[in-house]
Design a protein around this ligand. Sequence first.
Ligand code: ATP
Length: 444
Amino acid sequence: MAKKENNNELMEKIVSLCKRRGFIFPGSEIYGGMANSWDYGPLGVELKNNVKQAWWKKFVHSRTDMVGIDAALIMNPKVWEASGHLKNFTDPLVECKKCHERFRADKISGDKCPACGGELTTAKQFNLMFKTFIGPAEESANIAYFRPETAQAMFVDFKQVAETSRKRVPFGIAQIGKAFRNEITPGNFIFRTREFEQMEIEYFIREKDWKKTFEYWHEEMYEWMGELGLAKKHLHDLEVPEKERAHYSKRTIDIEYDFPFGTDELYGLAYRTDFDLANHAKASGQSLEYLDPETQEKFIPHVIEPTFGVDRSVLAVLCESYAEEEAPTAEKGETEKRVVLKFSKWLAPIKVAILPLSKKEELAKVARPIYEDLVKNFACEYDETQSIGKRYRRQDEIGTPYCVTVDFETLEDKAVTVRDRDTMKQERIAVSDLINYLKKKLEE
Ligand code: ATP
């Protein structure tokens, strides 16, 4: 629930920057768009991939107790029956009797229509799963659902993964992938959409260890958010009361972030008990017990689930790093406003921009080979249009940490000017040292 004061102006600036610079724009726009569908453009996909790759590196590759999977989006519908989603994955829906607008009852305040003030119907439960049909016949026997969370595949595949990976409890299964929810009121840019990506971990434990494992993952999540560059003061834990928890959870903490439109859920941490494995074992008739090879102990593992929305991570990072400041212009003593995305360097979609001072052929002859060399090491952009000041502003707006300027002196001294995004300080670096210099700087 949004609690903090709205900052629509800031949100509009971020949405507009994302569109203008090719981070994120409305989907199917040539057909007038499609409500709340967003496409990630060339810079957006880099930013999103940087988030996903760092997450995978941290939580899968750098650990000895984690493996990954990539499961099918459409699963056997029996999965959703056993998991309780068919019955319980609902939100309360109210409709205005006057303007017929629909709302999620738990996300509005008061008992009147927020759009027109009309009277609302009593709430009825609306299932959020997207339905489809398998094969050519649209018959009830062929109904299937797009997964509303990535989690269930980790439960259904638990036995396979435990056996083939030979991991011993405690261990985790991680997955990054799309999830679909027929949200009643999507909105706030990429915060709530009907198609989104999740990065989820199901961490399998012995029941007795749930409290300490819950605390452990809580800390791990905060460490990750620190790495994303999110300030601690913008993050808040919400201990979800029992009656508001998902049907499978015995404890849930929603980690909320101060978005410009209000404080709302960024990530979640839940203790899912043995609810999912036990129900799948019962419904499938397959044993999902784990046999400890050393102690010969046999049991159904319990589960701690840290879950991370990819799109909400991208949005939080954009909000956190957006800044406007006064910057000196080429004229001595004068300043102008600059917009800058102060990403952590590893998040920046473009790491280095190569900017020849002018379009003159003699500069291009030196600048192009530098670009071709650098691009083998870093995500780079080459830009020779407009004034150098305008090109710096553009790179600031997309968060590029370093700009390399090739000027007429370069022809003589075989050196370039490297400008730092944050300090705007410039340093003269020999072309032969450039790659090593940038590598070091980007790791700082
Ligand atoms: P909310 O209360 O905002 O509807 P939720 O509690 O239903 O979210 P979870 O089921 O815990 O969300 O989903 C895990 C994570 O997936 C969330 O923390 C969020 O980052 C992300 N997420 C959930 N729904 C959406 C959505 N509609 N659009 C974008 N991301 C989402």
